[in-house]
Design a protein around this ligand. Structure first.
Ligand code: DGJ
Length: 683
């Protein structure tokens, strides 16, 4: 029987083998097509003094018996060690089975490369076929091995509320680099995404992402032999997982991506993958208006309709009423849990209000946060036992609210029923699903035995999203968690768009979107034009800058447009019309990230799938005062992916592909002109 398999993606291959001793699966090579045809870049057969063979080997999924010192993926309290059983394989799928002859634990390592992508999905199915319960102190999803002979360079994204997706890099000579979340959501602090490359080579880059919407950890450890091994998986914040005899557990997908085109190329690999995850829901996203920054909690039919009228006039397609529309919700201290429209705010009835919005030609969207509850609410008065709590201990409030224990079937039923009822009762096309606090209390009143609160919350969340998407296929769902605290590959498969940050200040937002687009496709990037100076980042930028920035993904408007002048409304209408022309290319085009938010040149280029149209969105990141007044040459934006012999036309101007690539597209900034959309057509 063969014990070596190669999975092939669009441009990459991933080869694994079971060594003669049969105790684990090893990586042979991971890279461009053909990379496995030669001695393995990660294999190691030499001495391992004071270590074990497994510590030096490129093990795919390691128990601590087999890799006791260099980091294991699976830690079973009574130990585990596997023997190879069998495997099933096709060109894009592989399942390799191992079993522990002592405790009866079976592990099936699954691999899949979705067609047309360069992403290998890996997950593990554990089954306790023994007679005793097994306690798992660590249950990682995968180990990914990357050759880094000259040292590893790791790219990651850190953040905090209003400053998410900050792309940064660290050189790792030896030791471990770790990111994660213990918050029950992916969190603001780090994104479950890493990119790894050798310090001497900027072109070959490997990426790891996790499809898990709870607590997580990703660690990269470079050993003395030049191998960097990345472990990715759940973080067991509730203590060890218990696997009863006969029980099966499927661990979340950890995804590995490869690109020979540097970090920019790796972004395209993730984009293609997420577009596949979106499947048939990858339709054009509507231009939306969201009333949060205009009215905050002071929602009422009259003010919302006034906003909706202006929104319709400038070309907005969907009008979203944010927080503040339901009973008891006049600020953030009360109301969460009581999901019925406040009759005082909608005196003619909520449906009449929705009808009025729709009569303007707009679709209608609504904000919800159904996993949370304020202590000042009817729901909490009726069901105080539904929130996470530890008996005898005070509850922790974050933003004046508690978190419902979604793992309880009756709570999951309530949450599903609440949202389903809203969607059935009112004419709604769009949901913004928010989540504004981490989980703090690791307990469920009255429960005995070990609990997996994190796991059951996430499992029910997925079930609810899937049910709602199935029963209301026309409703788009925007995932939000106080900004961008809930973005991971599992949400990218279940939500249609992400709200990446509450920070809409122009230059701050540019940096946030820059990081975001390294990990996420443009169809997931919700972005609003808001008023100057805004809550954050008072650095002045033009109205145009804000529009061009929001056009880089899914364009929205969040300003108080009641106060916009006629000129501003006209200008907004022109930008929105232009966005509608380029929207398909933004959604489906090949993205190149040019320069960066901390560089003089900064642009996102979208190349249409037929390669005939190039859309360039460019921003001036520097000081505005002297620009255009002093002698200065235009900024040049080097474009990518063009045919060097072809000619490209923008208005009257023509360029060769070679010029645009080698010299770059010129953009001339002045104080009044700090952003631009250039559309080039292949002649
Ligand atoms: C946090 C979100 O990020 C905001 O956009 C807004 O929806 C508020 N919550 C509402 O409370």
């Amino acid at each position: 029987m063969t014990r070596r398999w190669t999975l092939r993606g669009a441009q990459t291959e991933y080869t694994v083998a079971v060594p003669p001793h049969g105790r684990w699966l090893e990586l042979v090579a991971w890279g461009p097509h053909g990379v496995s045809d030669g001695p393995s870049p990660v294999g190691y057969e030499g001495p391992v003094p004071f270590l074990t063979k497994g510590d030096g080997a490129p093990v795919e999924y390691a128990t601590e018996t087999d890799r006791p010192f260099a980091g294991a993926d699976l830690v079973v309290r009574t130990r585990a060690s596997f023997e190879f059983q069998d495997a099933t394989a096709t060109q894009d799928r592989l399942a390799v089975s191992f079993a522990d002859p002592v405790n009866g634990l079976r592990a099936v390592l699954h691999y899949r490369i979705p067609a047309g992508t360069d992403v290998v999905e890996r997950w593990v199915e554990l089954t306790n076929e023994g007679t005793e319960p097994l306690r798992l102190a660590r249950a990682g999803s995968a180990g990914f091995c990357v050759p880094t002979p000259h040292g590893a360079r790791i790219s990651y994204q850190w953040g905090q509320w209003a400053q998410e997706f900050q792309l940064d890099h660290v050189d790792l000579a030896h030791g471990t680099f770790a990111v994660g979340s213990a918050q029950g959501v992916p969190g603001h602090l780090y994104v479950p995404w890493l990119a790894i490359r050798d310090q001497a080579d900027d072109t070959a880059v490997w990426g790891v992402g996790l499809a898990w919407t709870g607590s997580w950890q990703i660690e990269a450890e470079r050993d003395t032999g030049g191998l960097t091994r990345i472990r990715a998986g759940r973080r067991l914040v509730d203590g060890p997982l218990e696997l009863a005899p006969g029980q099966q557990l499927t661990l979340p997908v950890a995804a590995g991506a490869y690109s020979g085109g540097g970090l920019d190329g790796l972004a395209r690999v993730w984009h293609a993958y997420q577009r596949r995850l979106a499947g048939e829901r990858l339709g054009p996203r509507p231009v939306l208006y969201n009333s949060w920054e205009a009215t905050y909690f002071a929602v009422d039919a009259a003010s919302q309709l006034e906003l909706a009228r202006v929104a319709a006039g400038i070309g907005v397609e969907t009008f979203v009423v944010d927080d503040g529309w339901f009973t008891g919700r006049n600020d953030d201290t009360a109301g969460l849990g009581d999901w019925t429209p406040d009759p005082a705010k909608f005196p003619a009835g909520f449906d009449a209000f929705v009808g009025d919005v729709r009569a303007l030609g707009l679709k209608f969207g609504l904000w919800v946060e159904p996993e949370c509850v304020n202590p000042r609410s009817r729901l909490y008065a009726e069901h105080p036992e539904w929130v996470y709590s530890v008996e005898g201990r005070p509850l922790t409030q974050v933003r004046n609210q508690y978190l419902l224990d979604l793992g309880r079937p009756e709570v999951a039923e309530f949450v599903h029923e609440t949202v389903d009822r809203l969607l059935r009762t009112h004419d709604i096309d769009y949901l913004k699903w928010d989540f504004n606090r981490p989980r703090t209390e690791p307990g469920r009143p009255g429960a005995t035995g070990p609990l997996d609160l994190d796991g059951s919350h996430v499992a029910n969340l997925y079930r609810i999203f899937e049910q709602l998407r199935r029963d209301h296929p026309h409703v788009l769902i925007e995932a939000c968690a106080g900004g961008g605290a809930r973005t991971d590959l599992a949400m990218a498969a279940r939500a249609d768009v992400f709200w990446p940050s509450d920070n809409t200040g122009p230059l701050d937002r540019l940096a946030i979107q820059w990081g975001f687009l390294h990990a996420n496709a443009p169809h997931l990037l919700s972005s609003w034009v808001t008023d100057a100076p805004g809550l954050f980042d008072p650095r002045p930028r033009s109205f145009a800058f804000r529009f061009v920035l929001a056009m880089a993904g899914v364009l929205g408007v969040g300003a108080d447009i009641r106060h916009w002048t006629a000129e501003q409304r006209d200008e907004a209408a022109r930008w929105i019309a232009l966005y509608k022309e380029i929207r398909d290319i933004v959604m489906h085009g090949t993205v190149h990230l040019v320069g960066g938010p901390d560089q003089a040149r900064c642009a996102v280029q979208y190349l249409s799938p037929d390669e005939r149209t190039v859309v360039v969105l460019a921003w001036h990141t520097g000081r505005l005062d002297g620009a255009g007044l002093l002698p200065s040459r235009p900024v040049r934006l080097p474009l990518r992916g063009l045919a060097s012999q072809a000619r490209y036309r923008a208005g009257e101007q023509q360029y060769s592909g070679s010029h645009l690539t080698a010299v770059g597209l010129p953009v001339q900034w002045t104080a009044a002109h700090d952003a631009e959309v250039v559309i080039l057509h292949r002649v």
